[in-house]
Each structure stands twice: as C-alpha cells, then as structure tokens.
Design a protein around this ligand. Structure first.
Ligand code: FES
Length: 109
C-alpha cells in the first residue's frame, strides 16, 4: 500500500484543511482527491493552465526542485497575485519529508 502523509491546505477564506496525501502523487492530485475547491487544475497537470497555483513555505521550497522554464512561463499567467513563493501544485510531488507541511491557496485561479 502506498505510503501516506498529512498535508494542510490553508484556503483563501482562512480555513485550514488537513488531508491525507499519497507519497508520489502531486500536490494538485492531492487537492483534487480531497475536494480542495481552491485548486481548479483545469488541464489535469499538463502544465498549460496555471489554475493549480499555490503558495509554498520556505520549508517546502527547500524540499523541491526550483520551477523549470515551462512552469515559470505558466506562472506569468496566474489569476491571483504571483508571489516569490508561487508554484504550480501539479509540479510538486508529495514526499515523506513534507509531513505536516502547509500549502496556501490563492483567492482565485
Ligand atoms: S493543473 Fe494545469 S498547470 Fe497545473
């Protein structure tokens, strides 16, 4: 059975949802499986929609690769404010080291 960890989504309305996440899934897939409506993910992870935008903590950023050129291009088109810690959640793969980490969702996608 796949290893699971716990992740938090801090939603745009201020509430925090704690969910189970399968190691190896993307953070976007985790959000969709857990009905996190703030993540739309219209392209299903093909890196052509930017509607899976999230803000990551420095703690999380230290665990993941920097955004590649394709992701950086898509981040130019986010609906909500793009910040230094903006990432596309379909490009972030859940790892065991992320246990308890929090992903903040923007107020629009
Ligand atoms: S789901 Fe479309 S870019 Fe991430």
């Amino acid at each position: 059975m796949a290893k699971e960890i716990t992740l938090n989504f801090q939603l745009s309305d201020g509430t925090v949802r704690t969910v189970d996440a399968v190691v190896g899934d993307s953070v976007m897939e985790t959000a969709i499986k857990n009905d996190i409506d703030d993540v739309a993910a219209e392209c299903g992870g093909s890196l052509i929609c930017a509607t899976c935008h999230v803000y990551v903590s420095s703690e999380t950023a230290a665990l993941i690769d920097e955004a590649d050129d394709s992701e950086l291009d898509m981040l130019e088109g986010t609906s909500a404010e793009r910040r230094d810690n903006s990432r596309l959640s379909c490009q972030i793969i859940v790892s065991e080291a992320m246990e308890g980490h929090t992903f903040e969702t923007p107020d629009s996608q």
